[in-house]
Design a binder for this molecule. Structure first.
Ligand code: NAP
Length: 231
């Protein structure tokens, strides 16, 4: 049984991570900005109260991150899934820069994932084979950017990738792996109705990648099929 902490569990990919990890018997700490407004998550908490702790977690809030760390306490954390993310304003047209929205997107997608890692470093250090997963996106890849646009989202995920590589380098001597994951184009509120795969498929593929992770995957930008994405 692993202890797993997940951010952004109100819906979409985060909620599905909670479902699949509980189904396989893991111990889960699930953060959501407003848990009381998430009936699906609260239902899971009722059914799995002994293995699921749901807590209020806006990842940009220092008080919430401190509460997360104290709720997890001195338990070793085997896996931290930094999933919470925002797309930013749509449309994001050249000639109409929304500076505040850009900064807010960076707060959630880039700065907060590092801060959540910082909050849980003591618990990660206690685990036998700890791993940090960052939910990035192929849209953060320069090599894959054939269509342009999406300045805010693309740049935030590219910056998250840089954070991931530095975490991988800084923490490798302590045996903590950092994996940078693209979940596929997934049918969620963010992915929209034209997306290619379901949350079930996306999360089960990412869990397969995480289960098989080794030192060779540290700092790797990994597609949902396990292949490497160009930076
Ligand atoms: N869907 C795709 O096709 C796709 C593709 C590539 C990458 N991704 C990435 O995968 C991750 C999950 O995406 P998704 O498709 O599940 O998106 P989603 O359906 O829009 O869900 C986003 C989740 O992040 C949470 N969140 C947003 N801001 C937060 C904050 N400040 N603090 C805590 N939680 C916050 C949301 O909570 P609220 O309900 O409170 O808003 C929600 O739980 C994101 O990082 C996204 O960029 C998704």
């Amino acid at each position: 049984m692993k202890t797993v902490v997940i951010t952004g569990c109100s819906r979409g990919i985060g909620l599905e991570f909670v479902r699949q990890l509980l189904a396989r018997g893991d111990r889960v700490f699930a953060g959501a900005r407003r848990p009381e407004a998430c009936p699906d998550l609260m239902q899971l908490a009722q059914a799995h109260g002994d293995r699921l702790t749901v807590l209020p977690l806006d990842v940009t809030s220092l008080a919430h991150r401190m509460n997360l760390a104290s709720t997890v306490g001195d338990r070793p954390v085997d896996l931290l899934i930094n999933n919470a993310g925002v797309y930013g304003p749509v449309p994001d047209r050249l000639g109409d820069t929304d500076e505040n929205a850009w900064l807010e997107t960076f707060r959630v997608n880039v700065i907060a994932p590092r801060q959540v890692v910082e909050a849980l470093l003591p618990q990660l250090r206690r685990a036998a084979s700890p791993c940090i997963a960052l939910l990035s996106s192929k849209m953060g890849s320069m090599g894959d950017n054939g269509s342009g646009g999406a300045y805010i989202y693309r740049s935030s995920k590219a910056a998250l990738n840089a954070v991931g590589v530095s975490l991988a380098r800084d923490l490798r001597s302590e045996g903590i792996l950092t994996l940078i994951l693209h979940p596929g184009w997934v049918l969620t509120d963010m992915g929209g109705p034209n997306a290619e795969i379901t949350v079930t498929e996306s999360v089960s593929s990412m869990l397969k990648t995480l289960d098989g992770a080794s030192s060779g995957d540290n700092g790797r930008f990994i597609d949902v099929d396990g292949s490497t994405i160009p930076w």
